[in-house]
Design a protein around this ligand. Structure first.
Ligand SMILES: [Ca+2]
Ligand SMILES: [Ca+2]
Ligand SMILES: [Ca+2]
Length: 186
């Protein structure tokens, strides 16, 4: 962390608006808001998890922590242990304005906990458990059943792993799977 610059250079603004669905005015406004919340210009894991504790005051703290940890990893696109403004804008761009493909690729990175480019059954079970627990319903056994259903639908080559292509193509074609991935169908 080099300390946050007070303003973004035009070059940084243009680069971010090129890489996101936001124009440079929007990027500038988001940057001001980001600095107001995170004066250091980046978000560390503890701060990020705290925002989830505030957002889910009635959920079990352990459940919130587990879910927030995985979300942090997905936001931290370059995996350097902090969420820079660039990480934040790239994620926001996908979540707020992304195409279905972009959203699914982002979801894939959430589910691919170890970042090896494949989702294993235990990774899917783990993320689904975190989602279900945060929602206050379901447990690990239920999550594993849901994960197995998802794998039956999406693991086209039957190798017991989901590649990004299997995940994106399969989820797009199966609305029920999309619901399951978001924890809407327990
Ligand atoms: Ca980062
Ligand atoms: Ca993996
Ligand atoms: Ca596969």
């Amino acid at each position: 962390m080099d300390g946050a610059p007070e303003t973004l250079s035009n070059e940084q603004l243009n680069k971010l608006s090129d890489r996101t669905h936001f124009n440079s005015d929007e990027v500038r406004r988001r940057y001001d808001a980001f600095l107001k919340d995170f004066s250091e210009g980046c978000v560390c894991r503890r701060e990020f998890i705290d925002t989830y504790h505030k957002a889910f005051p009635v959920a079990q703290p352990d459940d919130v922590q587990r879910y927030a940890n995985y979300m942090f990893n997905a936001y931290d696109i370059d995996s350097d242990g902090e969420i820079s403004f660039t990480d934040y804008m790239l994620t926001l761009s996908v979540c707020e304005r992304g195409t279905i493909d972009e959203k699914l690729k982002w979801a894939f990175s959430l589910y691919d906990i170890n970042g090896d480019g494949q989702i294993s059954l235990s990774e899917a079970t783990e993320i689904l458990t975190a989602i279900h627990c945060l929602q206050g319903r379901g447990d690990r056994d239920t999550a594993e059943k849901v994960a197995r259903r998802i794998f039956r639908a999406l693991d086209v080559n039957g190798d017991g792993l989901l590649s990004e292509a299997e995940f994106v193509v399969g989820a797009k074609n199966e609305p029920a799977v999309m619901d399951m991935l978001q924890g809407d169908s327990v």
